[in-house]
Design a protein around this ligand. Structure first.
Ligand SMILES: Cc1cc2nc3c(=O)[nH]c(=O)nc-3n(C[C@H](O)[C@H](O)[C@H](O)COP(=O)(O)OP(=O)(O)OC[C@H]3O[C@@H](n4cnc5c(N)ncnc54)[C@H](O)[C@@H]3O)c2cc1C
Ligand code: SF4
Length: 570
């Protein structure tokens, strides 16, 4: 600040700064600008404009040089990112390559990132289930992590708010484990998915199979047309970017909306180094940025700061924001910054076959399938492991073609496809327990190309996760057997933490400033004009895909921050 004159300080002063332009940052920016705040959005990656910057959205498989497969040399050069199912020839431009942004794996951790305007909202799988009170009371009930300072009733109206704008499909299922929302028409279950649902109702009355809720415009409403988005046409190659705006991304929805207000300045190629804290004022005054291309260091100032760089990068920025008042990182009076990081256990899978309903098949594609909400340890602790798991359920028929013969005979055989019997499968979506021993920290010496310390990731599984996997196999084998499925096979991928792409925590919410970083408004206990509303704020992880909850927290916190600003409380 000292080397800037007053005029230049004015030029770079805003009401609010949002760090990161992904799912949570997009929502923070939309809500802040909706309420009239002049807002600066800082994004470390390049700009990605809706439609024009989706170069492969309309490319056919045969038009790719490698038929849309990853060449061996790309795979070898990128052992981490190549593990992500969505990283293929048509999407490589949206993912961080392993050598571009190094980090240190103290325990194996697959950190999957997208550094560009829109962040991972471009490539996400769009599953969007609400949390219930069973999820919020988990830590209070078993004593692991701290009590959430909010309950479902606090967040329910904000779920409704973001669902209506983003467009979420679903049925009113009436389940206490998975509250209903403001839904567009759900995608229909396939006939064997419906059959399994009936079997569950018959054999396990507390286990439900529903149509997974998902951020697709199955029937756009006026608010979606106003965003310039149209109906989803079920191509299911969404991770290349959707020219129709059929699924929710920051690029198709919140960012253009905020830009249209005239209140948002979007600055791509701006790597946030740290947050500037002013001891005499007792608050943060701005943000230090390194230009991604020129490496020029600059500062921007604002009354409030929203940190939305995605869970681990938000930890990194706060750990790197040191001052006399906060020598171990901004707001870290409790000493918990970087600790209690958790994720989702996605290791276990079960597959089987079903030879009923052979008179029917599926037609076309759909961006959703069955979803089985958590049924273990819901009302009381009933297993050896804590918390629970949800699961997907899908049933499809594939094609079988004979590749026997040569020449004309081979051609004829290949052109005659037979339908296989039904293939069914489920994958675990398990809650992991946040622990002090699962943490991230900064390296003292190693820096990245922008002079920012590299991050150590020390996050892994524990015995609770192993017990949960065992239970998943037992329960689903029984459920599949009762449904008459055969050739049941279980597999444990043993994949590292991180590949679930649901890393959370490190800047957790809690009642007590001595044991948590953020209060019930996602506001820093020790620095009231800084808000964290991405996955870093998560006190526990539940079983649900988390992004809908980040959207709701961002909108709720932005509303609160503006009210507090108007009252001059921050
Ligand atoms: C293949 C895939 C499938 C997924 N499926 C689902 C799903 O079905 N449901 C679900 O809920 N979630 C899913 N996710 C996870 C979901 O994408 C994330 O939870 C969500 O994007 C997190 O939002 P965010 O704003 O915290 O982070 P991001 O969307 O990652 O955005 C963070 C942004 O901050 C920027 N940034 C980082 N550091 C800095 C810095 N120092 N300075 C400036 N900018 C910075 C990044 O470049 C990025 O643009 C999936 C993710 C992937 C990749
Ligand atoms: S499936 Fe829907 S959202 Fe995905 S790319 Fe196609 S139209 Fe877009």
């Amino acid at each position: 600040m000292s080397n800037l004159n007053i005029d230049s300080i004015k030029r770079v002063t805003y009401d609010a700064i949002v760090i990161g332009s992904g799912i949570s940052g997009g929502w923070s920016a939309k809500e802040l600008t909706d309420r009239g705040l002049k807002t600066l959005m800082l994004e470390r990656g390049r700009d990605v404009k809706h439609i024009v910057d989706y170069p492969t959205a309309m490319t056919q498989p045969w038009e790719f040089e490698h038929r849309n497969q990853l060449p061996l040399e790309v795979r070898k050069a990128n052992p981490v990112i190549s593990k992500c199912y969505a990283f293929y020839e048509g999407t490589t431009h949206f993912f961080v390559k392993d050598d571009e942004h190094p980090y240190i794996q103290d325990k194996p951790f697959d950190w999957i990132r997208g550094y560009q305007v829109g962040g991972k909202s471009l490539m996400w799988a769009r599953m969007t289930q609400r949390w219930s009170d069973f999820d919020y009371v988990g830590p209070a009930r078993d004593g692991y992590a701290v009590d959430w300072p909010i309950r479902y009733a606090d967040i329910a109206p904000w779920y409704s708010h973001v669902e209506k704008f983003a467009g979420i499909t679903g049925n009113k299922d009436g389940l206490d484990t998975l509250p209903d929302g403001e839904f567009l028409p759900a995608y229909e279950l396939s006939c064997v998915e419906k059959y399994f649902k009936e079997q569950m109702t018959k054999h396990f009355p507390d286990r439900y199979v529903i149509s997974g809720r998902t951020a697709h415009l199955s029937q756009p409403q006026p608010i979606h047309y106003k965003q310039g988005r149209g109906k989803c046409v079920n191509r299911t190659i969404c991770e290349r970017g959707c020219p129709y705006g059929g699924y929710f991304s920051s690029n198709s929805s919140t960012i253009p909306w905020a830009l249209k207000s005239g209140k948002l300045t979007l600055r791509p190629d701006s790597v946030v180094h740290s947050i500037i804290y002013d001891e005499s004022l007792g608050k943060a005054t701005g943000v230090r940025v390194v230009d991604a291309n020129t490496k020029e260091v600059m500062e921007f100032f604002a009354k409030i700061i929203f940190v939305n760089a995605a869970a681990l990068n938000t930890n990194l920025i706060l750990l790197n924001s040191t001052s006399n008042r906060f020598p171990t990182g901004l707001g870290n009076d409790s000493g918990v910054l970087g600790k209690y990081v958790a994720f989702h256990n996605y290791r276990a899978r079960i597959n089987a076959e079903y030879d009923g309903h052979l008179e029917t098949t599926t037609e076309g594609r759909k961006p959703s399938s069955g979803y089985i909400p958590r049924f273990r340890n819901v009302h009381r602790q009933e297993t050896e492991f804590l918390r629970g798991y949800a699961s997907g359920f899908s049933a499809n028929r594939g094609e079988i073609r004979s590749n026997e013969g040569l020449g004309e005979e081979l051609k004829t055989n290949l052109s005659k496809a037979k339908l296989s019997i039904w293939r069914v499968g489920s994958g675990i979506m398990g809650e992991t327990i946040p622990k002090e021993s699962n943490y991230v920290s900064l390296d003292k010496d190693k820096k990245d190309a922008w002079g920012i310390p590299q991050m150590h990731v020390n996050v892994g599984y524990d015995d609770n996760d192993e017990k949960m996997i065992k239970d998943f196999f037992e329960q689903f084998t029984e459920m599949y057997t009762k449904a008459g499925f055969t050739n049941i096979r279980t597999s444990d991928s043993k994949q590292a933490a991180g590949l679930d792409i649901h890393e959370m925590g490190g800047v957790r919410m809690g009642h007590d400033p001595k044991t948590s970083m953020l209060n019930k408004w996602n506001q820093m206990h020790a620095c009231k004009n800084v808000f964290v509303t991405d996955g870093a704020c998560m006190t526990s992880t539940s079983t649900q895909n988390p992004s809908l909850t980040y959207m709701a927290y961002s909108a709720r916190a932005a509303d609160y921050a503006v009210r507090e600003l108007k009252k001059r409380n921050i």
